[in-house]
Design a binder for this molecule. Structure first.
Ligand SMILES: Cc1cc2nc3c(=O)[nH]c(=O)nc-3n(C[C@H](O)[C@H](O)[C@H](O)COP(=O)(O)OP(=O)(O)OC[C@H]3O[C@@H](n4cnc5c(N)ncnc54)[C@H](O)[C@@H]3O)c2cc1C
Length: 399
C-alpha cells in the first residue's frame, strides 16, 4: 500500500490513469480485504488526508478529510457534547475504527440507524477525485443544499469502485444527556412480539438489536436470544416512562443497564468484548458475514438451522446485521452451509455478503443484483478504463 502526501495525490492519479494501471482507493487499510478478493492492483491510502477541516457546533456540521479516523472525529466532537451518530465498526479493538472515508465508502452505520438513519442520510457534502484525477464535488458544507445529481449517495457503499473520496461534510448530533440500555431474553416469538410493538410505537429507541443465543453466552449472559434496547433522552423521567411502557408490553423480565454497561455490551456486538470465561479477546473469526432480511421476517429467519452456533447481531428495524463464527476454526462453518444460508436469506427477502472466509474456501462474496446492467453503466461513466478496485463492484458477482 502506498500513502501519498495530500499534495501529490492528484498527480499520482493522473499518472496512473495515463499508464492505465489498476489501483484501489483505501482508507487506513483496516478492512480492505473484506469482501470479494481484489485482482492485482495498487492500494492507494488516504492516510495522508487527515484532520478536521471545519466544525461548526452551532450548525451541527463537520467537514473532515477522508483519511481521518472515526475515533478521532468522535473525540474532537465530544467536548462540544456532539457526535457522529454511528457505531464503532465491527472489530474496532483489533483493527481500529477505520477512516471516515472508508466508512462512507462501505455505507454502513450499524444499530444507531434505528433512530438516526444511515450514514448516507448524515452526509451533506463530498469531494472526490475521479479515476482520471479530475476533482469533483457534490453537496456542500451546510445542511440545505442545491439540487443536482446525488453523487453523495452513489459513493456511499461504492467500495472504492467509482473514485477516491477526499473530504466529507456530515451532520453532527447532540449527545443525549441520559442513556440507558434494556436487555430482554426469551423465545424468538416472545421477543418478536415485543420488537414489533416497539418499532410501531411512539417511543423512539436509539437502537433495537437482536442477538443470537451464542452471542449472548459469549457476553456472559444466559444462552438465549435477546433484544438489546437503547433509550436516550434529555431527562431521567422520560427514560423511566419509556421503560415502564416497554415493561407493560411483555411478561419477560427487563434488565436495566447503565450507560457504561450498555457500552460494554455493544463492544461484544462488535466482536470486541472479552469472552465470558476470562479476559482473552475473541479470536479473529474464520467467517464474517453480513446479512439482511425483510424486518418482519427476522424472528423466523433467526430460527434457521444454518445460523446455529453463530454470533449474530441484527438491527430489528432494518433487518441488517452481522453473523460470525466465535472461533478461528474453519471447521465451524462449512462453505456449503453458507451457500444454504444465502438461499435462506433470499427466500426471506434478503441477501448475504461474505466479508471474511477461511483460506481455500471460495464462496462468492456477493451475487449479481437485479440492477447489474445499470450498475455497470454507472461504473463505465466514472471509470471507463476499469482501473479502480478490479474484481470488486457492488452488485456485480466477481468474475
Ligand atoms: C456499525 C458499522 C458497521 C459496519 N459494518 C461493515 C460491514 O458489515 N461490512 C463492511 O464491509 N464494512 C462495514 N463497516 C465499514 C467499515 O468499518 C469501514 O470500511 C472501515 O471502518 C474503514 O476502514 P479503513 O479506513 O481502514 O478503510 P479500508 O479498509 O482501507 O477500506 C475499506 C473500503 O472502503 C474503500 N475506501 C476507503 N477509503 C476510501 C476513499 N477515501 N475513497 C473511496 N473508497 C475508499 C476501500 O476501497 C474499501 O472498499 C461498518 C462500519 C460501521 C460503523
Amino acid at each position: 500500500m502506498i500513502c501519498p502526501d495530500a499534495n501529490d495525490l492528484q498527480d499520482l492519479m493522473r499518472e496512473l490513469h495515463q499508464q492505465g494501471s489498476a489501483w484501489v482507493p483505501c482508507g487506513l487499510g483496516s478492512r480492505l480485504d473484506w469482501g470479494p478478493p481484489l485482482q492485482d492492483c495498487l492500494p492507494v491510502s488516504c492516510g495522508g488526508l487527515r484532520g478536521i477541516v471545519e466544525h461548526k457546533p452551532g450548525d451541527f456540521t463537520i467537514s473532515v478529510r477522508a483519511g481521518t479516523p472515526l475515533l478521532e472525529v468522535q473525540e474532537a466532537l465530544a467536548p462540544h457534547r456532539q457526535w457522529l451518530a454511528v457505531d464503532q465498526p465491527w472489530g474496532s479493538q483489533r483493527l481500529g475504527s477505520g477512516s471516515v472515508g472508508g466508512l462512507v465508502a462501505r455505507g454502513l452505520a450499524g444499530g444507531y440507524r434505528q433512530r438516526y438513519l444511515g450514514i448516507r442520510d448524515q452526509l451533506i457534502g463530498l469531494s472526490l477525485l475521479r479515476a482520471d484525477g479530475i476533482a469533483a464535488k457534490a453537496g456542500g458544507r451546510v445542511v440545505k443544499n442545491v439540487a443536482g445529481y446525488d453523487l453523495m449517495r452513489l459513493f456511499c457503499g461504492s467500495w472504492g469502485s467509482l473514485g477516491l473520496i477526499t473530504e466529507l461534510s456530515l451532520r453532527t448530533l447532540p449527545l443525549a444527556p441520559m442513556r440507558r440500555g434494556l436487555l430482554v431474553q426469551g423465545s424468538l416469538s416472545e421477543l418478536g412480539a415485543l420488537s414489533q410493538w416497539l418499532l410501531g410505537s411512539s417511543l423512539s429507541p436509539e437502537r433495537v438489536d437482536w442477538w443470537s443465543a451464542p452471542l449472548a453466552a459469549a457476553a456472559g449472559l444466559e444462552a438465549a436470544p435477546l433484544l438489546l434496547i437503547a433509550l436516550a433522552s434529555i431527562s431521567s423521567e422520560s427514560l423511566a416512562q419509556q421503560q415502564a411502557a416497554i415493561a407493560a408490553q411483555t411478561p419477560l423480565p427487563l434488565r436495566q443497564l447503565k450507560a457504561d454497561a450498555l457500552e460494554q455490551l455493544l463492544a461484544h456486538a462488535r466482536g470486541d468484548g472479552p469472552i465470558a470465561s476470562g479476559s482473552e479477546v475473541i479470536p479473529e473469526p474464520a467467517w464474517l458475514l453480513r446479512l439482511g432480511f425483510s424486518p418482519d421476517q427476522v424472528p423466523q429467519a433467526l430460527a434457521a438451522p444454518e445460523l446455529a452456533g453463530l454470533a449474530i447481531e441484527l438491527a430489528a428495524g432494518s433487518g441488517l446485521g452481522l453473523a460470525w463464527t466465535l472461533t478461528a476454526s474453519p471447521a465451524e462453518l462449512a462453505p456449503e452451509r453458507v451457500r444454504r444460508l444465502r438461499q435462506h436469506c433470499q427466500r426471506l427477502g434478503g441477501w448475504l455478503t461474505v466479508l471474511r472466509q477461511p483460506p481455500g474456501s471460495a464462496v462468492a462474496a456477493w451475487e449479481d443484483a437485479p440492477s447489474r446492467p445499470l450498475i455497470e453503466r454507472v461504473k463505465h461513466q466514472f471509470d471507463p478504463q476499469r482501473q479502480l478496485a478490479p474484481g470488486r463492484l457492488p452488485g456485480v458477482a466477481s468474475p
